[in-house]
Design a protein around this ligand. Structure first.
Ligand SMILES: C[S@@+](CC[C@H](N)C(=O)[O-])C[C@H]1O[C@@H](n2cnc3c(N)ncnc32)[C@H](O)[C@@H]1O
Length: 281
């Protein structure tokens, strides 16, 4: 049975990195006058109350969205995301943090569609309450990785997929890469965003090596670590592997990552932005 609940972590530094990357990608896809699908394999509950007992337990948002959303200077490319955070908090006090499905639902157009997967019964129910009435949205209480493969290739031949598991099981690290490679085989022109935690650096390196060996030509790695690597501290940072990133994404992150590091203010915060080059054969 699943024990992970995203409500404990809503709005933390990993959410900020993931949702900035996601909103920039979706914004880019919306620039072309052709519909696309947004597929979220691990959707969560969609919208979080930051005064809930779960969110208050460790107040992870204090070192994530809190110092970011009211920063004195907001880079232009972060403004769409920050506007959505303001929309979720209309009285200018941070009370809510939106999840990936809610953010995507605001960014997508009438002609686009959202395919969401969530297995936890309570989170599924909450997600349904949030977005169930939206005609563009399909919510599936089904394994998201299997569900993804079943949807590909997408009918409109354009799709952005977010793969955002909880990595509760060590086998998840292998499974997500296997699924990603299968998905790419079925639909090589889509954009795939795979989120990962930095808990044990070796696991990230293994994922990276498998992606290099896949010979997929265009993969961007974006990582933000508020703390130094350590195998004893839990999650010290997080990152995204983005297959077929929008061509502007690297440049945008080049501007956003130092800004985020500055506002993390932990002394040890650092970032990585690099292309994963295919292994020489
Ligand atoms: C990290 S959270 C998702 C957060 C969300 N993507 C966001 O950015 O707001 C991971 C979610 O995946 C759900 N989950 C775990 N295993 C799953 C599976 N095999 N298929 C679909 N959902 C799953 C968990 O219940 C949890 O809500």
């Amino acid at each position: 049975m699943l024990s992970y609940r995203h409500a404990f972590h809503a709005g933390n530094h990993a959410d900020v990195l993931k949702h900035l990357t996601l909103s920039l990608t979706l914004d880019y896809y919306c620039q072309k006058d052709k519909p696309f699908w947004y597929i979220d394999t691990h959707a969560g509950s969609g919208f979080y109350r930051l005064n809930s007992a779960e969110a208050q337990k460790n107040r992870e948002f204090d070192a994530g969205i809190q110092p970011i959303w009211q920063a004195a200077e907001i880079p232009a490319c972060a403004s769409r995301y920050i506007d959505l955070i303001r929309q979720a908090n209309p009285d200018n006090t941070l009370k809510h943090y939106p999840g990936s499905p809610w953010l995507a639902a605001q960014l997508l157009r009438k002609t686009d569609a959202l395919h969401l997967f969530e297995l936890h019964p309570a989170d599924y129910q909450h997600l349904h309450k949030q977005l169930g009435d939206d005609k563009r949205v399909r919510i599936n209480k089904q394994d998201g990785l299997t569900g993804l493969i079943g949807l590909l290739p997408p009918t409109p031949r354009r799709a952005v997929t977010l793969i955002d598991p909880s990595y509760e099981l060590k086998t998840d690290y292998t499974l997500v890469i296997e699924t990603l490679l299968k998905a790419y085989k079925r639909f090589a022109t889509g954009t795939y965003l795979l989120w990962y935690p930095v808990i044990d650096r070796q696991r990230v390196q293994q994922m990276s090596r498998k992606l290099q060996a896949s010979q997929i030509p265009d993969i961007l790695q974006i990582e933000l670590c508020p703390q130094e690597d350590s195998n004893k501290l839990g999650m010290t940072g997080s990152g995204m592997f983005v297959i077929n990133p929008p061509w502007v994404l690297g440049k945008q992150m080049q501007e956003l990552l130092p800004w985020m590091v500055e506002h993390m203010n932990t002394g040890a915060a650092r970032y990585t932005l690099q292309q994963i080059s295919p292994e020489k054969t």
